[in-house]
Design a protein. Sequence first.
Length: 247
Amino acid sequence: MSRLFLGKAVPVLLGLALALAACQKQPSPPPVAATAPAVPSAAKRLEAGKKAVAAGDCHKAMADLEAAVLQDAKSVEARLYLGICAAKDGDLGRAEAVLTEAASLDAADPRPLEALGVALYAAGRRDAAGERLAAAVRRGSKNAQVQYYLGNLAMAAGDCREGLAAYRRAMVLDPAYAPAVTEYKNARVACARAETPPAPPAEPKPKPKPKPATPAAPATPAPASAPTPPAGDAPAASPNAHAAANS
């Protein structure tokens, strides 16, 4: 190899070596951190929970509704549906606590009191149910089911007038709500029987008065002997009489 070639090749090789060395000494960039998945908002969790409730799957809805309650301390809607699901699962204590909290967050919303009144009625706590349902009505409830249960409570207490009125209000609010129609008919029959006074006992028929005895006619005394007709006045004997005597 000629010196001329070596003279030209050395600078080139030296440059490549320096470039390789620089690449080896340069630190590698830090790894890119994985992006954490975005946490669904309270509104999205609530919407997912409501869809599950509408589909009849409270078990699936509970996780989303509980998360929505934790994320939004003032969500009446999330507590309403969470309370409804708790009542359906038989957890009346939790349902009462959650729905009472929901009712306190918005004094103009009758829905938490409606749901709580129905849940208490189903559990047999009729007095407490009546209080919550009446409070819902004071908040402007337009729910036919509320009036239906108020009608049932009135009829159980023997108040026909209020019971019939409540059933009528339920039918006005929702003419297709069959339970109110059925109980209204039953209540009319029951109340009509209760209001009809019993018939007075029949008076005994008076015994016929005895007729007065008719006095017997005085007997005519028979004469001691037949009167003798005067002479010459005796009638002539008939020929049949003489014949009878001579025979």
